[in-house]
Design a protein. Structure first.
Length: 169
């Protein structure tokens, strides 16, 4: 979503634990050597168990997804489409300064704030009437999570529908 394999790669941080799931359709974690400093599930048996512990099928599917991300250049696409989305959201903030605030994002993982929780909820409802599903976050935030292979025309259509919803708000 962010245009890099892991969001932390764009920041000046090194995480101790990274959890992942949705995009690879299988859950997993990566841990640093700091995991050895505590009595974790990696040292103490039966500290955690899961029905969804993974299988050969999961590994093959995740591998194919990783191969597709690379072959279809989806990280680069997320970066480029994300720049388009953020630019378009910033234009909406200029067009609707009383409504759209705090445009932000990394790649396709973008968000805006509205002044009140009520206006945020109203925007989500109005966007749904435009056949656009927006995601709430916190009390005033709307999250955008386009698909990794979104094309420029998809981003532009998203922005048109958000604009129509904002006009009604």
């Amino acid at each position: 979503m962010t245009g890099s394999w892991w969001a932390h790669q764009q920041l000046d941080v090194v995480p101790d634990i990274i959890c992942f799931a949705k995009k690879l359709q299988v859950g997993g974690i990566l841990v640093s050597a700091r995991v050895d400093d505590v009595d974790s599930v990696f040292k103490v048996p039966s500290r955690i168990s899961s029905t969804w512990g993974g299988s050969l099928v999961d590994m093959v599917r995740a591998t194919r997804i990783l191969e597709t991300i690379v072959s279809d250049k989806l990280l680069s696409n997320a970066t480029q489409r994300g720049l388009e989305l953020q630019s378009g959201l910033q234009a909406l903030a200029e067009r609707f300064p009383a409504l759209v605030r705090n445009v932000r994002g990394r790649g396709l993982m973008c968000a805006i704030d509205l002044p009140t929780p009520e206006e945020r909820t109203a925007l989500i409802r109005l966007a749904f009437a435009e056949h656009l599903l927006l995601l709430p976050s916190g009390t005033q935030t709307v999250r955008f999570r386009p698909f990794l292979n979104a094309k420029s025309e998809h981003v532009q259509e998203l922005l048109v529908r958000v604009a129509r919803a904002l006009e009604k708000l």
